[in-house]
Each structure stands twice: as C-alpha cells, then as structure tokens.
Write a protein that binds this ligand. Structure first.
Ligand code: ZN
Length: 443
C-alpha cells in the first residue's frame, strides 16, 4: 500500500509536503514524493489520510498495564503509602482476567495517544506464564507492538504472587519466547529493581539478554531510599554495583535514574547502558526530577516512559515529551534547555535504538508504525513550526489515525479492535469484586 498525507515529519526533524510511504509486509520500503511513487506503482492501492502530518509512532519506554485498574486509588498519597495501601493490597484481588482488562485499557489509551510500541514491565507471575500470556494477548488483540519485560522478583517484602526463584523465572521466560511467534512481540528479562532483585537475578538477566541479542530492563534509583539502602548494604552506588555484577553494558535499559550521581552517569556513559526517563510519574509520586540535562550532555541514549496508569495518570508520550523539557527548564532556571527536536527524537528514534527495535523512523527498512496527527486540530492549526507544536501544544485529541506494522489500529480517533462497552463492564466487575462499589474508592 502507498500511505500518504499532507505533511511528513520524521524523527530527525525532516519536514516535507505530500510525500508517501510504500509499505509492504508491515515494513516501510520507500519514502518519496507521492506523485513519484504513484507513477512508479500504478497498481498499488493508496491510503490517503488527508489533512494530517505523518509522524513515526511514539514509543512508551516503561509501563505496568495492569495498574490502569488502580487508577484513582490513592492518587494523593506519597510513594510508600501508595505502595503499601494500594499496590500491594491489590494482589489480594487481581485475577488473570483483571490483569488482561487493565492491559486492554492501558494499551487502548496508549494507541489513542499515538503510542505504537510499549515496553511493558510485568511482575505478577503466580509462578507461571498464564498472566503474562493474558497481557500479551491484550496487546495482540489491539495491535500494539510490545517489548514484554518479564520480571524477576526476589524481594521478600512484596506479595507472594510477585516472587520467584530467578532460575525458575528465566526458565519461564524461555517458555514465553518459545510460545510467542509474533513479529510485534519481543520478550525480555526484567529484574525488578536494586532492592527487589537479587544479585543472581540481575546478573543472570543481563547474561540472558546478551545471549539473546536483546535488552534487559530494570527500575534503578527511582527513589532516594533505594540508593541509600544499596549503599548501606553493599557500599556501592547503583552504576558501580551493576558494573560489579557484569550487568552494565549496552543490554542494560535502566528505568528512572532519578537519583544518579555524576560518577554513576559517567560509568553508564562509558559502558553504553541506556535510560528510560519517566518525568510525569516521577513528579506524580514526588520522587524527583531525573538529570536529563546531564544524560544528554553525555550522549547516554535516553527515551521516555509513562510508567503505570495509576502513577501518572496519563498514558501519553505527547505529555511526557512536553514534561521532560519543562521540568528541566524549571529545575535549572533556563528556558532554552533540551528543546523540541531532542524531545521528539527521544520519543521516537532514540527509543527504537534503546530497545534494539526497527521502529521510530519513517525510513526504508523500518516497521510501518505511523501516526497521523490532524492538521485541523486546534493545537496544530497552521503551525509555523510543526515539530515544536507537536511537542509543546498537541494532545491526544490531535491523533487521528494510527498504524502498526501496516495495520490500522486507530481509525478516525477510534481504537479499531476495542469494544468500549465490554471494557467498561470488565472494569466495573473487577472493581466491584475488589470491594469498590460504583467505582468509588474510600481510603
Ligand atoms: Zn515501573
């Protein structure tokens, strides 16, 4: 098919008029002026999205999809109160079907906001793969691309349902790889965090990632307490600790990195590890602001994530791009910091590189993950600087069409494979079982 629209804006800021993508088998084969492609492939069907700017699908570098079901539960609590009064108790009632419901909800909202790839981080395993397969099933149903991070959780403070022996967890990860044959789904290990994954879990996950040519992803230095606890236990800072475990190479995708020191950042840069910055969630939970200016100064590949639907509470990379810039400017009292082109690249091409996926660019050889932003949306109307308006002005209302691997997943602002009534009923029944009548929660 030949996909065209009024404008085309690539991750590097290239902006052209009436260009088109020739897409075959879910892959972009050529990008050229529409008239030229039309003349060369007269028999090829044309998909004309009209008054839109085509941009690469946005990549959400960190999410916990089941947490959408906890949205609104304790939104004004601090991190520990939220964890102990909302997150951990939810393990008493969440069924596999509920987790699938949360995933359908989260992925639908992401698609609606122009996210075509999500790095899911999932840790309620009940010592098996059934729950993971529910999440993967939800992604397949809606058509979103996913890097599925299967957690290795060894900490003993959390609910029993999270915990596994690292060897069992990796064996189950192998099982998931064998049972997942889908070009849109990649499975990867995800040791939970510095405080809830053992040394064995972290080292073996990194080794597994290297052996399989993929990445591992892990929460690192989200809260100040984690760094203090690690120092008390090992005498080491986060990056030095990971380095000592042989887990600080290009396969390491470290999530958050709010409380990293200059020495940590230097080590991460030298070793080629990567960062997922979650400005909205970090601010929502009062964890702080990650040192984005310093990460960029060291050329550490950094992408953006939303984190869970109950710690943000939006699931939109359009919001995260904007927040990433604004928070650095507020923090450093400098209105020229970061800039729209850098934020746009973080949400697209850099994210593809972070996860080793052929996404994030509208270029031959990349997967056909494309978003059409409506040029008649009031936020983009006659914009003299489209890239800047996409980053600072546009919201999910501007997202008109979304394609993943050449397939329409959002058409005219409707999530194609979502039944909203069914989803509403599923959410209601899950919350009723959780003892939340009429969706009203009292804490
Ligand atoms: Zn997280």
């Amino acid at each position: 098919v030949i996909l065209t629209g009024e404008r085309l804006l690539d991750s590097d800021g290239t902006l052209v008029t009436r260009h088109a993508l020739r897409i075959d088998d879910g892959v972009i084969r050529e990008v050229a002026p529409y008239a030229e492609l039309r003349a060369r492939y007269p028999a090829e069907p044309v998909l004309d999205w009209g008054e839109v700017v085509l941009v690469p699908g946005l990549v959400n570098g960190h999410a916990h999809s089941f947490q959408s079901l906890l949205r609104g539960f304790g939104d004004d609590l601090d991190f520990f109160a939220w964890r102990d009064r909302v997150l951990y108790p939810s393990a008493a009632w969440l069924t596999p079907e509920d987790m699938e419901t949360g995933a359908l909800w989260a992925f639908a909202e992401m698609l609606r906001a122009g996210i075509t790839t999500v790095a899911e981080f999932f840790y309620i395993h009940d010592e098996g793969n059934e729950n993971s397969l529910r999440i993967i099933g939800a992604a397949r149903r809606l058509g979103i691309r996913m890097l599925f991070g299967r957690a290795l959780y060894t900490g003993n403070r959390a609910p029993r349902r999270y915990r596994e022996d690292p060897k069992d967890a990796l064996a189950r990860l192998d099982g998931l790889v064998r049972s997942t044959h889908d070009t849109r789904i990649v499975v990867a290990p995800a040791p939970h965090s510095l405080h809830a994954a053992s040394e064995e879990a972290i080292a073996s996950a990194a080794e597994w990632a290297r052996a399989h040519g993929t990445v591992y992803t892990m929460h690192v230095a989200e809260g100040r307490y984690e760094v203090e606890e690690l120092a008390a236990r090992t005498g080491l800072a986060p990056a030095a600790y990971l380095e000592a475990l042989g887990a600080l190479g290009p396969e390491a995708v470290l999530v958050h990195g709010v409380h990293l020191s200059t020495a940590d950042l230097d080590r991460i840069a030298v070793r080629g590890a990567k960062i997922v910055h979650n400005p909205g969630a970090n601010a929502f939970l009062g964890d702080g602001i990650a040192p984005l200016r310093a990460l960029l100064a060291r050329n550490i590949p950094t992408c953006l994530g939303t984190d869970g639907g109950c710690t943000n509470n939006r699931l939109s990379l359009l919001d995260e791009m904007r927040l990433a810039v604004l928070l650095q400017r507020a923090l450093h009292e400098d209105g020229s910091l970061v800039g729209a082109p850098t934020a746009f690249e973080m949400a697209t091409a850099t994210a593809g590189e972070v996860f080793g996926l052929p996404v994030g660019r509208l270029r031959a050889g990349y997967r056909a993950d494309v978003v059409g932003l409506a040029l008649d949306d009031l936020s983009l109307l006659a914009s003299p600087n489209l890239l800047s308006s996409v980053v600072y002005a546009a919201g999910a209302s501007a997202v008109r069409h979304v394609m993943v691997e050449g397939e329409a997943v959002v058409a005219d602002r409707r999530v194609v494979h979502l039944d909203v009534d069914e989803l509403r009923e599923r959410i209601r029944s899950a919350l009723a079982r959780a003892g939340v009548p009429n969706g009203q929660m009292a804490l």
